[in-house]
Ligand binder design. Structure first.
Ligand SMILES: [Zn+2]
Ligand SMILES: [Zn+2]
Length: 283
């Protein structure tokens, strides 16, 4: 098998189920050659992830996935080789996390107003233990209390945008986030672009490149056949623009997402990202 790196993985520091150390262990068991931790709006797991003991040659990339806004589109931006400590991006992530903490009880209230009983101690536990609480946490509580049978049902019935328990949260502007990642020495990469609805991708990518975007997550575990069919077009656009092709599973350790190691890119992509981050830092 070709040496593979999964560059999009979530831990329990955002809405994944496994700790950063467990992710490293699973990646080794899967004989992956590289893995990036990309929690939503938090770097809380990065140190544990980078310092977890390994027995082989697994290459690790400290990363993040920032939830951003672009002309009312919900756009996710990955940052690779993010520094652990204080940085421009960490400061704004702090504001985003505060907004997530404020949103969580609002969604709970909406669910209760719909007549759904939700265990307050579970809510308090999430708010206490999770630095970046989100809808998947709430979905799991709904599953555990027997309200829905899986994550997808929780989203389609209650939590997705436009559904009765949805609450929007504060987001950072995409272009600003690209700048903050670069200022912090991290490499900005557009996550799962085919999930952005109603956008002229070619023009969008060209615009983002001019704003400092370095790569595009081309390999991704899309489920809809019509999206899978356009991956090759996206790859061509990305290569034509001279942007780095990346990829990952977006694994959360649950059944609502692809499995760790099921999607990725050649491990050499990590060297390319590292070089770009060095170039950004030394500019
Ligand atoms: Zn995402
Ligand atoms: Zn993700």
């Amino acid at each position: 098998m070709k040496a593979l790196a999964d560059l999009h993985v979530h831990s329990d520091r955002s809405d994944g189920l496994n700790s950063p150390q467990e992710l490293v262990e699973i990646a080794e068991q899967q004989e992956l050659d590289g893995i990036a931790l990309t929690d939503h709006d938090t770097l809380a797991g990065v140190r544990e992830f980078m310092e977890a003991p390994i027995s082989g040659n697994l290459q690790r990339v400290p990363g993040v996935e920032v939830g951003t806004n672009y002309l009312d589109h919900d756009v996710h931006l990955l940052g690779y080789f993010v520094p652990f400590g204080e940085s421009a991006i960490e400061l704004s992530l702090q504001t985003l996390r505060e907004s997530r903490h404020a949103r969580f009880p609002k969604m709970v209230k909406k669910l209760r107003d719909l007549g759904i009983a939700i265990d307050e101690s579970e809510i308090q536990r999430v708010l206490r233990e999770v630095t970046s609480p989100g809808r998947p946490h709430l979905a799991r509580i709904l599953i555990d209390s027997g309200v829905v049978s899986d994550i997808r049902e929780a989203f389609t019935k209650y939590l997705a945008s436009g559904k009765p328990a949805f609450v929007d949260r504060e987001k950072i502007e995409l272009i600003e986030a690209i700048g903050l990642l670069r200022e912090s020495g991290a490499v900005p990469v557009l996550a799962h672009p085919l999930l952005i609805e109603d956008i002229d991708l070619k023009g969008f990518l060209r615009k983002l490149k001019s704003e400092g975007l370095e790569g595009v997550e081309v390999n991704y575990g899309y489920r809809k056949p019509e999206l899978i069919d356009t991956i090759d077009d996206l790859r061509k656009m990305t290569e034509d623009l001279g942007l780095i092709v990346t990829g990952g599973s977006d694994s959360h350790g649950d059944e609502g997402h692809s499995e760790l190691g099921s999607v990725g890119v050649p491990v050499e992509t990590i060297d390319i990202l590292r070089k770009v981050s060095e170039r950004i830092r030394n500019r």
